[in-house]
Design a protein around this ligand. Structure first.
Ligand code: H79
Length: 430
């Protein structure tokens, strides 16, 4: 019922005659807490390997120093015949994710959607010829997953008017050899010719877009960013925009590969890889465990943030098994413990050595969820200030005793955790 309320009636991204306030669309996004990031492009086909080197991913064109003509030719062979939008969306849904952010255009400049304004796209520029974003929009609508798009703004390695940064302090970008005339570049031409038309397409042809998730805005001025914000709102007022649309702009703060430790940057989202790459790298088997990913999710929720967990599908269009396995385990955990995540707010008690706390108010009564990462040897959780009387373990009928005094409370845990990843104690007011 709670989910229906927050996602059905007053929901971000939904095309409505009336625009929601920024506060209410963000509140409903924050209630979701958990989303799937997808890095998928031409580069996925290489799986990180190029002429014997195996350290590449979504930056393949640059890191392998492939000239644009060669990359374009490689794009033409891209044919992910196993791509199945329903399958991707079902995996996200089963993991307990509520939104999906897919790379519509990464730094390589190749649009992974049908872009009539620019032929460098998957329909016109690859063997696949299908529009995966269209298929995902249909699949997401069926499952009530919010479709969101990633768009690389400040970097585009196909457009002749985007500065590569050659010669500036980010010297590794001088690997880009195709448009060496830095002085003749005019970023505003790129914005008018490519960015604005593609934003219009993304916001017109795929139903409601939950978030426009921009990446990198070096060289973009605040005025240019603001124009994009205005354009987006003129088409879809309920679309959320992250803070990489330009300096000091956007609705919320993104942190990359780093879980913020402070609750004062609000609202915020951490995007995170399961192994060490965003795009598919077949040699990278260094995956985090399901338990640590669940702990990341709880940790982030306990500080009022969102967790955007990445998958890098293969060039055939399927998720790596290691990712699927972890998402399944997280989904199982969410089935039992999701109420400790969705619709919660930050811990009023800070962090604990044994785990984290999230909070919810229901019918005027406060509920605390205590997620135990490390089962204490003395089987006691001491929580200063907390005066709630009623404790139970999610997923178990066993009663938990709790002792309240004026300084707070002590919870007496059973011998063993009920969940092999993270066990959650729900503490309610009587
Ligand atoms: O899309 C993902 C990254 O490709 C993109 N943002 C996330 C969400 C990103 N753009 N810039 N950066 C990340 C930071 C720069 C990372 C680098 Fe590297 C590390 C550049 C050089 C070393 C990884 C390895 C990328 C190229 C080589």
């Amino acid at each position: 019922i709670l989910n229906l309320l927050s996602f059905g009636i007053l929901s971000w991204g939904v095309a409505q005659p009336k625009a929601l306030s920024t506060k209410s669309k963000l509140a409903s996004w924050e209630d979701a807490r958990f989303g799937m990031f997808i890095h998928w492009g031409i580069y996925s086909k290489a799986g990180g390997e190029w002429k014997g080197t195996i350290n590449h991913a979504e930056w393949l064109q640059l890191t392998a120093k492939i000239p644009l003509a060669g990359y374009t030719a490689y794009a033409k062979t891209f044919n992910p015949v196993k791509f199945n939008a329903d399958e991707w969306v079902r995996i996200a849904k089963d993991a307990g994710m509520k939104y999906m952010v897919i790379t519509a255009k990464h730094h390589d400049g190749f649009a992974m959607f049908n872009s009539p304004s620019n032929p460098y796209n998957i329909v016109q520029g690859s063997a696949f010829k299908r529009d995966p974003l269209k298929e995902l929009s249909v699949a997401c609508a069926k499952e009530d997953i919010k479709l969101c798009v990633y768009y690389s703004l400040g970097r585009d390695w196909q457009d002749p008017d985007v500065p590569t940064g050659k010669g500036d302090k980010i010297g590794w970008r001088s690997n880009l050899i195709d448009f060496p005339n830095e002085a003749g570049k005019d970023l505003s031409k790129y914005i008018e010719r490519k960015v604005k038309p593609q934003i219009r397409e993304l916001l017109t042809n795929y139903g409601p877009i939950g978030i426009l998730w921009f990446d990198t805005y070096e060289h973009i001025t605040k005025e240019q960013g603001q124009e994009l914000v205005d354009l987006i709102h003129s088409i879809q007022p309920n679309c959320i925009i992250n803070n990489r649309v330009g300096p000091d702009l956007g609705d919320y703060t993104v942190s990359e590969q780093k879980i913020l430790d402070s609750a004062d940057i609000k609202p915020w989202e951490t995007c995170y890889t399961m192994n060490n790459h965003w795009g598919y790298n077949k040699a990278d088997t260094n995956y985090k465990s399901a338990a640590s990913l669940v702990q990341n999710l709880v940790d982030i929720a306990s500080k009022g943030g969102n967790f955007l967990l990445n998958v890098g599908p293969t060039g055939e269009g399927v998720f790596p098994d290691q990712s699927i396995n972890r998402l399944k385990a997280i989904g199982e955990w969410m089935k039992m413990n999701g109420e400790a995540i969705y619709g919660t707010t930050a811990s009023p008690f800070g962090k604990f050595d044994w785990g984290r706390c999230t909070k919810k108010v229901e019918n005027g009564k406060t509920i605390y969820y205590l997620s135990v990462f490390k089962w204490p040897k003395d089987r006691k959780l001491i929580i200063p200030q907390m005066q709630n009387q009623n404790a139970k373990l999610l997923g178990s009928s066993e009663k938990i005793s709790i002792e309240i005094n004026q300084n707070g409370s002590t919870i007496f845990l059973p011998k063993n955790p009920v969940n092999e990843l993270v066990s959650v104690i729900k503490v309610q007011q009587e």
